[in-house]
Design a protein around this ligand. Structure first.
Ligand code: 3PG
Length: 394
């Protein structure tokens, strides 16, 4: 794929697909990370003499105009973050959009309305992509986190205009390539979360790529069950035991060492500060549930981190939203952050829950790279081709 360095931008109207699908509460943006991250691309295009026209989705309006999902609500936060005037167009195609673009002064940024207000967006309708293409000369995709969607504004447009990856897309792809494509070995992956069933493809792909796989969260319980261990009232997918055994066998054949908890924190209630005990992983009482990995497990994970060159992390190790069952996630995250700071580890993490867990642990800023992506990060780790990226290379 091309970057902004490979494509003429001077005097061009540049359609830039961004992902500003940010969390909002009571009409206010509560986390501006995704907005802040598009700034290098916007600045680069303007410095090179291009006009920036942003295309983006917000939430899931399913092809209808839903006023609460209008991007007009984001325009203020965008203006504040970019430090530039934002001209909002209440349509993403046609004469309304063309007029808004024509009215913008050099250095302004045009924000077009939510692309998902058109049913053709999610269908990747060529007619809608053609309408969008009429508005500009060049297409830049900076929305890695929406690249797992084959939509008109992510994949369709790339086939109609000279196209390039924006700076954020470039950084995401480089970081992921360094973590899983051609990594410094040994590589350790941490995969946590509630269910094996939602991360089957991920586990199946990772065991063939990484040297160590640390499994945590509820899904570790399913692996314990697969080994004949009783887990009491813990969350576990008993019907996935065979699948878990297959993953263990695949890992062993591929030379990937799987690390499961050796001790666990158990409680009788799923609530913050519930009475809890640390027991061996095979000693969960029948009336208790496993809510976190124990201190011996954390020590073992830290040892694996110390012996590794690269870490890729998706999913918390325990019920991190409830104190003190965030202890294992916090301790492991802090150790990864310290090793990264000391230059001993390349650490990459992604996924909504993961990023909040690392932020909560105060570890995120020391990581080598934190992806802005949720679903796209997961699909990339699963080894799937992302249509938004593939379209840039076609
Ligand atoms: C995300 O928030 O992960 C992206 O913006 C994609 O959103 P979607 O899951 O609604 O396609």
């Amino acid at each position: 794929w091309k970057t902004l360095d490979d494509i003429g931008l001077a005097g061009k109207t540049v359609l830039v697909r961004v992902d500003i699908n940010v969390p909002m509460e009571a009409g206010r943006v509560t986390d501006t990370t995704r907005i802040d991250k598009i700034r290098p691309t916007v600045e680069d295009i303007i410095v090179r003499g291009g006009r920036v026209v942003l295309l983006a989705h917000f939430d899931r309006p399913k092809g209808k105009v839903v006023p609460e999902m209008s991007l007009s609500h984001i325009a203020g936060a965008l203006e504040a973050s970019l430090g530039r005037k934002v001209v909002f167009s209440p349509e993403s195609i046609g004469s309304v959009a063309a007029d808004a673009i024509a009215s913008a002064e050099p250095g302004d940024v045009v924000l077009l309305e939510n692309t998902r207000f058109h049913p053709g967006e999610e269908k990747n309708d060529p007619a809608l992509a053609a309408e969008m293409a009429k508005l500009g000369d060049v297409f830049v995709n900076d929305a890695f986190s929406a690249a797992h969607r084959a939509h008109a504004s992510t994949a369709g447009l790339a086939h109609l205009l000279p196209s390039a990856a924006g700076r954020l897309m470039e950084a995401e792809l480089q970081a992921l390539e360094a973590a899983l494509g051609t990594p410094k070995r040994p590589v350790v992956a941490v995969v946590g979360g509630a269910k094996v069933s939602t991360k089957l493809d991920l586990l199946g792909n990772l065991v063939t790529k990484v040297d160590h796989l640390v499994i945590g969260g509820g899904m570790a319980n399913t692996f314990l069950v697969a080994q004949g261990i009783e887990v009491g009232k813990s969350l576990a997918e008993r019907d996935m035991a065979d699948t878990a055994r297959e993953i263990l066998a695949k890992a062993s054949a591929a030379g990937c060492t799987i690390h499961l908890p050796v001790d666990v924190v158990v409680a009788r209630e799923f609530k913050a500060n519930a009475d809890h005990d640390v027991v061996a992983a095979d000693a969960c009482p029948a009336d208790a549930m496993i809510l976190d990995a124990g201190p011996m497990s954390v020590a073992a994970i830290v040892k694996v981190f110390e012996a590794s060159e690269t870490l890729i992390w998706n999913g918390p190790l325990g019920a991190f939203e409830l104190t003190p069952f965030d202890a294992a996630t916090n301790a492991a995250a802090k150790s990864a952050a310290a090793l990264t700071r000391e230059g001993k580890l390349i650490s990459v993490a992604g996924g909504g829950d993961t990023v909040s867990a690392l932020n909560q642990a105060g570890a995120a800023e020391d990581f080598t790279f934190i992806s802005t992506a949720g679903g796209a990060f997961l699909e990339w780790m699963e080894g799937k081709e992302l249509p938004g990226v593939a379209a840039l290379t076609a």
